[in-house]
Design a binder for this molecule. Structure first.
Ligand code: ZN
Length: 490
């Protein structure tokens, strides 16, 4: 994410009937390109979770009616009798839960607080009901009791039926006047790592997410008038006069997001075998945005290693915070789409694109160690400007960052998001000071070692989750005491 920049009824819709009508309706059928995803395989077929969903969006009530199946793999060394899922929409169910700073509530809810939530109907395993509990401080955690122990290496199949109410909000999850941002919206498996289950809720500061690389097979039915940008690629599109049905595949990604608008001007280009799509609300600037998206993918591919997916989408959104990354898709504050904010817009797009390497392909616990992806992403943004506009531009950015952090109390860039006072302190430490620290590492070790190590880090940990210790170990193996260099920035 990029924060604090320039401004700081249930309807009884029969899903099956609607889908059947559409499929059988002899509507327009578009077969999009089906290039296979070229990926090196650090995550095996056996260990990957697989989500299959049917989603119907009801425009009147701003609800999603969902059927979800998850083939869940036990990748731990222990038998499991329970599985946990984040149900983030419930963090929007009450004003006091809403993951926004108090001073930002007006921006987040320009029309006043409006609730969002997930309404679970049932959870089944082989047609047998499973017991479940809703937990967490914001009711955003789901505990499912398995009817029999899941052995290490084994998989279980869980079916869920639920509705999601999307709030009228201009945060990550919600709708405004122009777009409907459907993010962190479905029950997503919590990560179990060497520390056990990670059950943290939807925190206010930072990007409070941590997930596993998974495969997604999603059917989404939307009203004809909407255009959609999503994670993954559309493998087929069927439509009749009223509705459109998208069949989407997103393989080896750690989340799935989509954004809808009736107003999108879609602009397309490609970089090698990556199809680049931008969804714009200001047509005048669509071409510029596509160029920035393409340059970002090119520059980071050259610096760190190949972008492994075949689509990348930059989506203008009603999103007041700046920019937010999801796999193969980023949301960008639509108010930045003007000539006056060109630099800022380019900065935010470059930053969010760098997250495709540091967050999307290589994941980490963004609450415990936000610096691991954010500091590296912020420094990657500087590198983008350096590669595109020359060394002086990159140096200027670093100089500015040094000045910004000098006059601030910058006690520690390694704290979890929950230990920062507010988003300004968080941003100055983790992003700005973090980027300056990485620049210092580069100055100390030289370009060759610096970029070789980042390339090796990327290729070694593709699709996995890392932690600070693994990152430091990678540098140590190259004879670099990165800990010492970075810790000088405490
Ligand atoms: Zn970020």
């Amino acid at each position: 994410m990029v924060i604090n920049f320039s401004k700081k009824v249930r309807k009884n819709l029969s899903r099956i009937l609607v889908l059947a009508l559409l499929i059988g309706g002899g509507g327009l059928y578009l077969q999009r390109d089906k290039k296979s995803v070229q990926t090196s395989n650090a995550v095996t077929e056996k260990s990957i979770n697989r989500y299959t969903m049917d989603v119907v969006f009801d425009d009147q009530t701003k609800r999603l009616m969902c059927n979800q199946n998850i083939e869940y793999a036990n990748n731990t060394k222990n038998d499991l009798d329970k599985i946990y899922f984040h149900i983030y929409p419930n963090a929007f169910s009450r004003k006091e839960f809403a993951p926004f700073e108090k001073s930002e509530m007006k921006q987040a809810y320009p029309n006043g607080f409006n609730e969002g939530y997930i309404d679970l109907k049932n959870i089944l395993n082989n047609n047998e009901k499973l017991e479940y509990k809703i937990k967490g401080e914001k009711n955003d955690l789901l505990e499912i009791k398995l009817d029999k122990q899941l052995k290490p290496g084994d998989k279980t199949s869980i079916d869920m039926k639920y509705n999601v109410k999307i709030p009228n909000s201009e945060g990550r999850f919600g709708y405004g006047d122009n777009t409907i941002n459907v993010t962190n919206w479905f029950p997503i498996a919590c990560v179990q790592d060497e520390r056990g289950w990670n059950l943290k809720g939807y925190e206010t500061l930072g990007d409070p997410f941590y997930s596993e690389t998974s495969d997604f097979y999603i059917n989404i039915l939307i009203p004809q008038k909407y255009k959609m940008g999503s994670t993954g690629k559309v493998v087929s599109e069927k439509s009749d006069k009223e509705k459109k049905l998208y069949k989407i595949e997103a393989k080896k990604v750690r989340d799935f997001a989509f954004v809808l608008s009736t107003k999108f001007d879609i602009n397309r280009d490609s970089y090698k075998d990556v199809s680049i799509n931008t969804y714009n609300l200001n047509k005048e600037i669509s071409g510029d945005v596509t160029k920035i998206a393409k340059d970002s993918i090119k520059i980071f591919s050259e610096l760190f290693g190949k972008y492994p997916y075949d689509t990348y989408s930059v989506v203008a959104s009603d999103f007041y915070i700046g920019g937010m990354e999801y796999p193969t898709l980023v949301m960008i504050d639509q108010s930045l789409y003007n000539k006056k904010d060109k630099f800022l817009l380019e900065y935010v797009i470059a930053h969010e694109t760098a997250h495709q390497w540091w967050y999307s392909v290589i994941g980490n616990d963004e609450i415990s160690e936000p610096w691991l992806d954010e500091a590296l992403t912020e420094y990657s943004t500087v590198l983008y400007f350096e590669k595109k506009y020359g060394k002086e531009v990159g140096d200027k950015l670093i100089k500015t960052m040094e000045i910004q952090t000098k006059n601030q109390i910058c006690e520690n860039i390694f704290k979890p998001t929950t230990k920062y006072k507010d988003s300004t302190e968080y941003s100055l430490n983790v992003y700005t000071k973090g980027a300056v620290a990485f620049n210092e590492v580069r100055n100390k070790v030289g370009d060759k070692v610096f970029f070789d190590t980042l390339k090796q880090y990327y290729s070694t940990y593709m699709y996995q989750n890392v932690n600070g210790a693994k990152f430091v170990e990678m540098w140590n193996s190259k004879g670099v005491d990165i800990d010492k260099i970075i810790r000088e920035y405490k």
